[in-house]
Design a protein around this ligand. Structure first.
Ligand code: ATP
Length: 335
C-alpha cells in the first residue's frame, strides 16, 4: 500500500509518500517562518494555501515517476488538533485529492501520529509515549482500544512555553533550538532556580516561563536562564515519564514531537530509562518536528484496518484529543 500524507496543523505545510512494502518515506515540507514574534494564525493559514499545492505536487510527481498513474492507494490528512484555518485548508486539499484519485480518505490525529511513528520505528509493543511538541505535552499509554492520557500539561505546551521566553528576549521563532545553543555556553554548576511544578503525572509550564522572563528583565545572563529552563522543564518531563513507567509496569518509552529534537531532553530520558532497565526510542529529527511522513505512516495502518472517512464525516477538529481516537489498527493484544 502507498499513502499520500498531508500535514498542516500549524506551521509546517508538508506532503509525504509512504510505501508500506518497502517501509520508505519521502517527505516534502515548507515551513512558515514568521518575520517577528510567534505563529500568527492568519499568516499561517495563508502560508498553507500557498505551500500545500507545491509540496503535494512535488510528492505526486515523484510518486508517479516511480510507480505510474496508480501510485496512490489512499490519502491521509492531519484532522486535528491544530489551528482551524490551517486544518480547513489541508482537509479541503485531502478531500479533493482523494476524490480526484478515487481512493479512500483517512483522517489522522496529529498527536497520535507523533507517537505512532516512534512505535512503528522501534517495534516496541506497548510503550509509554511522551509527546513533547510545540502546542502540546502529553504522556500516553495504550489501554483497552485507546491511547489514554496518563498526564499532560495543565497550561502551555512545552515548546510554546520555551518560545514564550525567547519571544520576550527578542529571538526569532522557533525559540527551542536557540535555547539549546545558548544553554551550551552556561556554567552547569551554577543552576538558577526556577518553578518546578509536577502534580502526579500532570505538570505546568506557565510559572516557569514567567520566572524566566523576570530573570531576564533582572539582568540574569540569557545563557544561564536557557540552561536552567532546559534543566527544569526536561527534569519535569523525565520525572512524569518515570512515574508513568513505574505505575503502568511498562519497560519501553517512546518520545515524539518537535521539542524531542533537543539533545538534553533525549539524554535525560535515555539515562532514566537505562537506570530502570527500560528501552528508549526517539525517532530521527525529520519525524519529530511536524511532518507528513508520520501522517502517511499512520494513515496506511488505518487504511489497512478499514478506518477511512466518508466525505460528509471528514470535518476537521481543532481540539481533537488523542484519547478520542478508537485505535483500529492494533490487534487485540495491542500490537
Ligand atoms: P504540535 O505538534 O503540538 O501541534 P507544533 O505544531 O508547534 O506542535 P512541533 O513541530 O511538534 O510543532 O514542535 C515545534 C516546537 O519545537 C517549537 O516550539 C520549537 O521551539 C520546538 N523545538 C524545535 N527544536 C527544538 C530544540 N532543539 N530544543 C527545544 N525545542 C525545540
Amino acid at each position: 500500500m502507498r499513502v499520500l500524507g498531508i500535514e498542516g496543523t500549524a506551521w509546517c505545510a508538508s506532503a509525504a509518500l509512504y510505501d508500506a512494502e518497502t517501509d520508505s518515506v519521502l517527505i516534502e515540507s515548507d515551513p512558515y517562518e514568521p518575520d517577528s514574534g510567534g505563529i500568527h494564525p492568519r499568516e499561517a493559514a495563508e502560508h498553507m494555501s500557498e505551500a500545500i499545492p507545491a509540496v503535494v505536487d512535488a510528492v505526486m510527481t515523484a510518486a508517479e515517476a516511480e510507480y505510474g498513474a496508480d501510485a496512490i492507494d489512499a490519502v491521509a490528512f492531519s484532522r486535528g488538533p491544530g489551528l482551524g484555518p490551517c486544518l480547513r485548508t489541508v482537509g479541503t486539499a485531502a478531500r479533493a485529492l482523494a476524490g480526484a484519485l478515487d481512493v479512500p480518505l483517512v483522517g489522522v490525529n496529529h498527536m497520535v501520529a507523533h507517537l505512532e511513528i516512534g512505535r512503528h520505528q522501534s517495534g516496541f509493543e506497548n510503550p509509554v509515549c511522551l509527546n513533547a511538541s510545540g502546542a502540546n505535552a502529553h504522556l500516553l499509554g495504550y489501554h483497552d482500544g485507546r491511547y489514554r492520557v496518563l498526564g499532560e500539561t495543565m497550561d502551555a505546551g512545552v515548546g510554546n512555553a520555551i518560545d514564550k521566553f525567547t519571544r520576550h528576549v527578542g529571538w526569532d521563532h522557533p525559540g527551542g533550538p536557540k535555547v539549546e545553543a545558548a544553554a551550551a555556553d552556561a556554567d552547569p554548576d551554577d543552576l538558577l532556580e526556577l518553578p518546578y511544578v509536577v502534580k502526579g503525572m500532570d505538570f505546568s509550564f506557565s510559572g516557569i516561563s514567567s520566572a524566566a522572563n523576570d530573570a531576564f528583565d533582572d539582568g540574569v545572563p540569557v545563557e544561564r536562564i536557557c540552561f536552567a529552563l532546559q534543566e527544569h522543564v526536561f527534569a519535569m518531563l523525565t520525572e512524569v515519564s518515570e512515574r508513568a513507567l513505574s505505575l503502568t509496569g511498562a519497560d519501553e518509552l517512546v518520545l515524539g514531537g518537535g521539542v524531542a529534537q533537543n539533545e538534553r531532553l533525549r539524554e535525560m530520558l535515555s539515562r532514566m530509562c537505562a537506570d530502570r532497565g527500560a528501552d528508549f526510542h526517539a525517532p530521527e529529527p525529520r519525524f519529530l518536528r511536524d511532518n507528513a511522513g508520520m501522517i502517511a505512516v499512520l494513515g496506511a495502518k488505518m487504511a489497512r484496518a478499514g478506518d477511512t472517512l466518508a466525505i460528509p464525516d471528514s470535518a476537521i477538529d481543532p481540539n481533537f484529543r488523542p484519547d478520542q481516537v478508537p485505535v483500529t489498527w492494533r490487534d487485540a493484544t495491542g500490537s
